[in-house]
Ligand binder design. Structure first.
Ligand SMILES: Cc1cc2nc3c(=O)[nH]c(=O)nc-3n(C[C@H](O)[C@H](O)[C@H](O)COP(=O)(O)OP(=O)(O)OC[C@H]3O[C@@H](n4cnc5c(N)ncnc54)[C@H](O)[C@@H]3O)c2cc1C
Length: 354
């Protein structure tokens, strides 16, 4: 179906990037959509089930070794959550294994966690993860992923020798990279625009394409810059506040054009970054009119909680989520333990059901 348009806004977002190794995808799903989240939950729960049934000690250990690849906010949050599930949610539910003995390993190729945040917060995130029992390996470049192992090459001297070649793991989660939707490259080819290394479409200051003021590209799909008075243009990060602000700016510019006024250059207002690590653990880098505030631990976790509830749409949703989170906080339970689609396990069927 072809639709004619006067003004077009393209906001197709980003998807996982395996840096040219798409063959890793079946072994290391990424987290982007709700379906991805269900799949990851299924693999984690099945790994504990498989460990419970596994008579061979080495194979059992590999089921109980969870590797998260990528030390950005997604990887940090995933590793912290996994550690909490293993230590606080699942103990007592198995007869042969102790889920709290599971190894959670977070691999990061760079020298520190949360590279988009100040160094101090990256350090505090690492401390909080290690308190939860997560093994954080910095300078650890993944070179191969298979059904039962992750191959790691140290990119600096900080990887422990035991982990410097292969980690036996049957549950791997990819949080290392995103690339723009392929629609960006298609669009760029069609209108002779350019894309950057991540496949994002390079846009003009007003978020339109060069020579095509009727086409706006926004959100994670756009390689956009922020133009603040008196400052050098800065790249806009791939986060949801930036995407929402670009949406409003593109709409305002279309209205301006229709009204015969000049469009305005996009200015991103950065209110800061948050990442949660687990119960009572988070890091916050807050920009406010009074200055920049960096804090971590319990106050940061409370701030994260209320910020997320504040941005939910509708009073009813806020109350329901607040009650649900309060119940999960006090009981340490996570009730949604459904393993769907059990006939297509992540591993060979024999490994899951001996
Ligand atoms: C796991 C994870 C955690 C994140 N956590 C945070 C966070 O805590 N805070 C934060 O600020 N940001 C976070 N982000 C980033 C944030 O989600 C993105 O910056 C934001 O969603 C970008 O919005 P968007 O509208 O550009 O793209 P998206 O939200 O990705 O939406 C794009 C939509 O377009 C659809 N689409 C793609 N191609 C086509 C096509 N050809 N035709 C039709 N539809 C198409 C996609 O299915 C998708 O629904 C997170 C991202 C991930 C993956």
């Amino acid at each position: 179906m072809a639709l004619p348009y006067d003004h077009l806004i393209v906001a197709a977002g980003a998807t996982h990037s395996y840096f040219g190794h798409d063959e890793w995808q079946p072994y290391a799903p990424g987290l982007k959509t709700l379906d991805d989240a269900f799949e990851i939950r299924r693999r984690i729960l099945l790994a504990f089930e498989a460990a419970e049934k596994e008579p061979d000690a080495a194979r059992r250990d590999s089921w109980l070794t969870f590797v998260v690849i990528g030390g950005g906010p997604t990887g940090v949050e995933m590793a912290g959550t996994l550690a909490e599930i293993a230590c606080f949610t699942l103990p007592g539910e198995f007869r042969r294994i102790d889920p709290s003995h599971a190894r959670i390993i977070l691999l990061e190729g760079g020298p520190r966690l949360l590279q988009a945040m100040p160094e101090e917060l990256g350090r505090r995130a690492r401390d909080q993860l290690e308190e939860l029992g997560v093994e954080v390996c910095l300078g650890a470049m993944v070179t191969a992923i298979g059904a039962d192992r992750v191959q790691v090459k140290p990119s600096s001297g900080t990887v422990s020798p035991a982990d410097s070649h292969a980690i036996a793991s049957r549950c791997v989660i990819w949080a290392a990279g995103v690339a723009a939707s392929p629609l960006g490259a298609q669009l760029a080819r069609a209108v002779a625009a350019t894309v950057d290394r991540a496949g994002r479409v390079v846009v003009e200051p007003d978020l339109t394409l060069p020579g095509h003021p009727e086409i706006n590209v926004i959100g994670d799909l756009a390689a956009a810059r922020s133009f603040a008075p008196g400052q050098k243009p800065k790249p806009v990060p791939g986060v949801s506040p930036a995407a929402k602000q670009m949406g409003r700016a593109a709409a305002a510019n279309i209205l301006a054009r229709l009204g015969g006024r000049a469009p305005r250059a996009f200015r991103y207002r950065d209110y800061g970054n948050l990442a949660t690590i687990g119960r009572n653990a988070a890091v916050v880098d807050l920009m406010s009119p009074l200055g920049r505030f960096k804090f971590s631990g319990y106050p940061a976790w409370l701030f994260w909680l209320f910020a997320h509830i504040y941005f939910l749409i509708g009073f009813r949703n806020r109350i329901v989520v607040l009650i649900d989170w309060a119940s999960a906080y006090w009981s340490r339970q996570r009730y949604a333990r459904i393993i769907a689609d059990i006939d297509t396990p992540a591993e060979p069927a024999s490994a899951v059901r001996p």
